[in-house]
Design a protein around this ligand. Structure first.
Ligand code: HSE
Length: 459
């Protein structure tokens, strides 16, 4: 990476202990996170200056609601309604993008990079989908794009993965990286309520958005695990290859049966390196997952986030905290601003690479298709309560070389002639279980579609 000249470097130098001028920040969007960023920077300005070695000041804000933004920031900060003016402003050193989405935000981020400005963003969708283009442009221009706030809000997982664990070959990551769905699943389990009942309540309480689609369908978690996988394995972001299933089909019965068997169901983002398959690759998936109730991550409840990382040297490490909210997310945005302030004048080739590995050393390790994924399974079958049913089912599983780990049968009610059978399998290849389920569903004694949920022991 060549040391492309930085645009107007802030005044001052540390070499002779001279006082450094402020880093001048332009904020695009002053909603919840923008407001939090403004407050944290102001409240902790002395600490932040002592850490960064210079003050960090928001000098310009762009927001469509200028009146509200003015009221929010008070005197001394310029407020405009056109974000392009902030991006084009030669006095701005760093642009903080908090608009979200892949439309105007992409344009503005690329324009800021083109102008030689560093970028801090919380925009996971933008980086999961357009990250390769953005990081390439930033490397060519010699600027930084920092994005700690894009994954798990205030939890410094990017920093941990990119720097703290840099000695390791990362084996896998499993994260509860969407607070909305974790809140819903926790409530469904604790209060034995159906998905739609809890969702309605979560919306009323403000835990879920009015349009919760991105969260409950798993897209938000998929954006985040896509970014984490790129950093973990040193590969380009490949959101389009991420297998995504949300929690909308999950039934309270399955949460209850899982609990009886010693498991909890969480929406996990999983990225796993596979060394057993040829030519090799990694799994990238988001779906409801049974995990042993005894694992620490299983007790992460409510809207909290946690990311479990397995490195070959360090073993298991876990990072826990608030994944959303004004100040938790601002905590990550400001941490990135401090990083940028410190690295501002450094040779771009000496900075931590965007995806942890040098841009020219990214690997072409492929994402494995979902039918090649290897995991264990929870199966629930509604069956006629008569002799031979279980034998037929277990024969089909044995034919598919699928080994059963545990079984549970619900006691049929008085006069009831059908029941539920729950089976836990050992690890197998997804295409085998799909084929076996097709055969099981064709049995006359199996009365409805088989419920299948993946299971990970997280060892
Ligand atoms: N909507 C996300 C969540 C927070 O529920 O965790 C922002 O990524």
């Amino acid at each position: 990476m060549s040391g492309a000249p930085l645009h107007s470097a802030p005044a001052g130098s540390t070499a002779r202990g001279e006082k450094l001028g402020p880093v001048r920040v332009g904020l695009l969007g002053i909603g919840t996170v923008g407001g939090g960023t403004f407050d944290v920077l102001r409240r902790n300005q002395d600490e932040i200056r002592r850490r960064a070695g210079r003050p960090i000041e928001i000098v310009r804000v762009a927001d469509l609601d200028v009146a509200r933004a003015r009221e929010r920031v008070g005197e001394g900060v310029d407020v405009v309604d056109d974000a392009r003016r902030v991006v084009a402003d030669p006095d701005i050193d760093v642009v903080v993008e908090l608009i979200g989405g892949c439309g105007i935000a992409r344009e503005l981020v690329l324009a800021a990079i083109e102008q030689g400005k560093h970028v801090v963003t919380a925009n996971k969708a933008l980086l999961a989908v357009h990250g390769n283009e953005i990081f390439r442009a930033a490397s060519q221009r010699g600027v930084m794009v920092a994005f700690e706030a894009a994954v798990a809000g205030g939890v410094p997982i990017i920093k941990a993965l990119r720097e703290g664990l840099t000695a390791n070959r990362i084996e896998w990551i499993a994260g509860i990286i969407n607070g909305t769905t974790n809140f819903i699943l926790s409530e469904m389990r604790e209060r034995k309520l159906a998905f739609h009942v809890v969702l309605a309540e979560a919306q009323r309480l403000g835990y879920a958005e009015a349009d919760p689609t991105f969260d409950i369908e798993g897209m938000d978690a998929a954006h985040k695990i896509t970014i984490l996988s790129a950093i973990a394995f040193g590969v380009p972001v490949q959101f389009d290859k991420c297998h995504v299933e949300g929690i909308t089909q999950l039934q309270a019965d399955d949460i209850r049966y899982a609990e009886q068997l010693g498991y909890r169901i969480k929406l996990l983002g999983i990225a796993r390196r596979r060394t057993d398959s040829s030519p090799g690759g990694f799994e990238l998936r988001v779906h409801p997952t049974l995990i042993p109730a005894s694992r620490l991550i299983a007790s992460v409840e409510g809207a909290m986030n946690a990311v479990l990382v397995k490195g070959d040297a360090v073993g298991h490490t876990m990072y826990y905290g608030k994944g959303a909210g004004a100040e938790p997310t601002a905590s990550a945005v400001v941490a990135d601003l401090v990083d940028v302030a410190r690295m501002f004048t450094s040779d771009p080739g000496n900075r931590v690479p965007h995806l942890a590995f040098q841009a020219e050393s990214l690997s072409d390790l492929p994402v494995l298709p979902i039918d090649a994924v290897q995991t264990a399974y929870y199966l629930r079958l509604r069956v006629a309560d008569q002799p031979g049913v279980l034998a037929d089912v277990t024969r089909i599983l044995a034919d598919g070389e699928i080994s059963i780990d545990a079984a549970l049968q619900r006691e049929p009610g008085e006069g009831e002639n059908q029941t539920d059978i729950i089976l836990l399998t050992h690890r197998t290849i997804e295409r085998r279980i799909v084929a076996a389920i097709e055969r099981i569903e064709a049995l006359e004694t199996v009365l409805s579609r088989v419920v299948r949920i993946r299971l990970e022991d997280l060892q």
